[in-house]
Design a protein around this ligand. Structure first.
Ligand code: KG4
Ligand code: ZN
Length: 338
């Protein structure tokens, strides 16, 4: 039995979880800063770091208390080392080192994206080779896992991450921050409109994505209509943007599944919470029944520490321990060969 205390602070959630054997969540505390950042229309890095400092001790104590365990029961401290906002990451790294030093526990540094992928371990046992579609505010990637802790990026975005495109389009439509959930909700009331025809994203590489051209097309279309005195229907524009973005994302993903033949396709990251993406990928994957599709529960799609505990558990089994010399480093890659 292995029990991991995991800490996540890479962006605007201060989080700590206690996870047993990689898939049993004993506690999962997330303190969101969203109310504060909403006032500024996006995450303000300096403010995020300060709030992490204010909250992290209480969040760790709460997670331990909720689990009903003491530090004696903990085998290792996992923490998000990268990627993310450097100041925010530092707070989590220092908290993890402090707890590890005080209680003589090994440290397990975790790459945030591996955490998003391992959120699927809370649904079912992962099967390899596995392909993950990682869709978040900072990433849009197809990740190939030949086995349980080797990650190879086989496709990525040529420009913007899909979550970034959602957030920017939402800003233009005055939907506030974060934009993804707002567009998800609004698009349900929207419909196709020939006036809002948008370009299908194109890339040179078959597994790569692109969302910057689409985002710009939405912004220009919105400006043009307004200039011409045409009233924009936000729900319809949101619908057209979302359909175009998600058709491209899911078509490319399903093609990659057909060619690479993984045993499992998993969704990962904040945008995996999107209801239309979940529906569309389910529909398209029905045509590829030999590959199992796994979609994480909504609460494990956005940033949390339980997923860091799930990834940290497998890293722990592979003895991928860190040291007190390690620092937050947003540029580190996911483990490949080791
Ligand atoms: O994974 P995450 O919580 O943080 C990062 O690691 O980036 O993802 C945040 C992103 C934001 O861009 C947010 O707008 C998007 O996920 N998001 C959504 C939905 N919920 C969150 N995008 C579309 N539909 C949603 N329901
Ligand atoms: Zn994330």
């Amino acid at each position: 039995m292995t029990t991991i205390l995991a800490i996540e602070s890479s962006c605007d959630e201060t989080a700590c979880a206690i996870v047993r054997n990689g898939n049993e969540i004993l506690s999962n505390v997330v303190s969101s800063q969203i109310n504060v950042h909403t006032l500024y229309g996006g995450v303000v890095p300096e403010v995020a770091s300060r709030i992490h400092v204010e909250n992290i001790s209480a969040v760790i104590c709460e997670a331990l208390k909720e689990s009903g365990l003491t530090m004696e029961d903990i085998d290792a401290i996992a923490y998000t080392q990268c990627p993310g906002l450097i100041g925010s990451l530092h707070v989590g790294v220092m908290a993890a080192k402090t707890v590890a030093f005080a209680f003589h526990k090994p440290l397990v540094p975790v790459h945030h994206i591996t955490g998003h992928i391992f959120a699927n371990a809370f649904v079912t046992e992962l099967k390899f080779p596995l392909m993950a579609l990682v869709v978040s505010g900072g990433h849009t990637e197809l990740v190939w896992m030949a086995d349980d802790y080797r990650f190879e990026v086989i496709g990525t975005t040529a420009d913007d991450a899909i979550g970034e495109a959602y957030d920017k389009v939402a800003r233009v439509l005055d939907l506030g921050y974060p934009g993804g959930p707002a567009i998800d909700k609004l698009a349900k009331e929207g419909k196709a409109d020939p006036l809002y025809k948008l370009p299908t994203p194109k890339t040179d590489e078959p597994y790569n994505f692109s969302f910057s051209g689409l985002k710009t097309a939405v912004l220009q279309l919105n400006d043009r209509l307004k200039r011409n005195g045409v009233e924009v229907v936000p729900a319809d524009l949101a619908w057209c943007f979302q359909e175009t973005a998600l058709q491209s994302l899911t078509d490319k993903t399903v093609s990659a599944v057909r060619e690479k033949k993984p045993k499992m396709l998993v969704l990962a990251g904040g945008v995996a919470a999107n209801s239309r993406l979940r529906e569309m990928i389910r529909e398209k994957m029905e045509a590829v029944p030999e590959c199992e599709l796994v979609i994480p529960p909504l609460k494990y799609c956005t940033d949390n520490a339980a997923m860091i505990g799930a990834s940290g558990y497998v890293a722990y089994l592979h003895k991928l321990f860190g040291s007190f010399e390690d620092a937050a480093d947003p540029s580190l890659e996911m483990p490949g060969e080791y």
